[in-house]
Ligand binder design. Structure first.
Ligand code: 0O2
Length: 243
């Protein structure tokens, strides 16, 4: 028999709303807790809308992938994943940016609540897929950051695009921002290790570890170039656009 204590069911309004936000509101000052509880209720509506936007982007990527495969017998996309920011990390980001506790302001100011990651085989595919996706009429590009052409000082490399996509609700069409990160498998491997290391050291990565990470980023870049050259020697550089 399982004798471990069971979590008690939420009893007060605040606890019930707190359960919805995923945060322990009982440990917060009452004013802030009440404000977050209200935000928590609206956050569920926001989550649904942003979730729909992620599905739109994911579907568009898969259509692009299947069409490319059909036309060129070649698949430029290895993997597509999506994530929605939790209320916790949204609150943390709003605090970092000194934004007021206001969901409407967060909708306007925080453009990576919905995120998609597209992992491609080679660097050339990253730009191919980015071009094909952003040329679509129903995709509005807000901004692009090319950390492949210009990697971050720590070695981070990826192509970021923030776009707006239409979501069709029974009440009408709304435009939702989504941050899309396009990268190669090697860049993805590096970024996930970097993320784990930062988490382990709580952001304060020792200098020798940071140096080694930077060298690893260079090695990942070399590997990308070598694999792409090898692929071209065997198969040619392949299609550049739909024909
Ligand atoms: P998560 O959980 O991955 O979403 P901002 O987006 O305004 O906070 P910034 O720096 O202008 O800040 O945005 P940028 O450069 O577009 O980077 C945002 C996202 O890119 C990050 O999201 C990471 O996913 C990824 N990223 C950027 N730099 C690095 C890096 O050095 N290492 C790794 N592993 N990933 C990076 P979040 O919100 O940090 O987290």
């Amino acid at each position: 028999m399982d004798d471990s204590p069971k979590p008690s069911a939420p009893s007060t309004d605040l606890e019930r709303l707190g359960a919805g936000t995923g945060m322990d509101l009982s440990t917060m000052p009452p004013g802030l807790a009440q404000r977050l509880a209200t935000i928590g209720a609206d956050f569920r509506q926001l989550s649904l809308e942003y979730e729909f936007a992620l599905r739109e982007v994911e579907t568009k990527m898969h259509i692009l992938q299947d069409e490319f495969l059909h036309l060129h017998d070649y698949n430029p996309i290895e993997h597509v994943s999506t994530r929605l920011k939790t209320l916790d990390s949204l609150v943390a980001k709003a605090n970092r940016r000194e934004l007021p506790m206001d969901l409407d302001i967060w909708r306007r100011e925080i453009l990576d609540i919905a995120g998609t990651r597209v992992t491609c085989s080679f660097r050339r595919d990253v730009y191919r897929v980015f071009d094909l996706f952003t040329e679509r009429q129903d995709v509005e590009v807000i901004s692009v950051k090319d950390y492949i052409a210009q990697p971050k000082a720590n070695g981070y490399s990826s192509l970021h695009a923030t776009v707006r996509v239409p979501v069709y609700l029974s009440t009408g069409v709304i435009l939702i921002p989504v941050e899309i990160q396009f990268r190669t498998i090697a860049m993805d491997f590096w970024a996930s290790l970097d993320h784990k290391i930062k988490y382990k050291y709580d952001g304060e990565v020792p200098a020798d570890v940071a140096d080694e990470l930077q060298e690893a980023a260079q090695a990942a870049d070399d590997l990308d170039r070598r694999m792409e050259n090898l692929h071209d020697r065997v198969h040619g550089s392949g299609p550049t656009l739909f024909v």
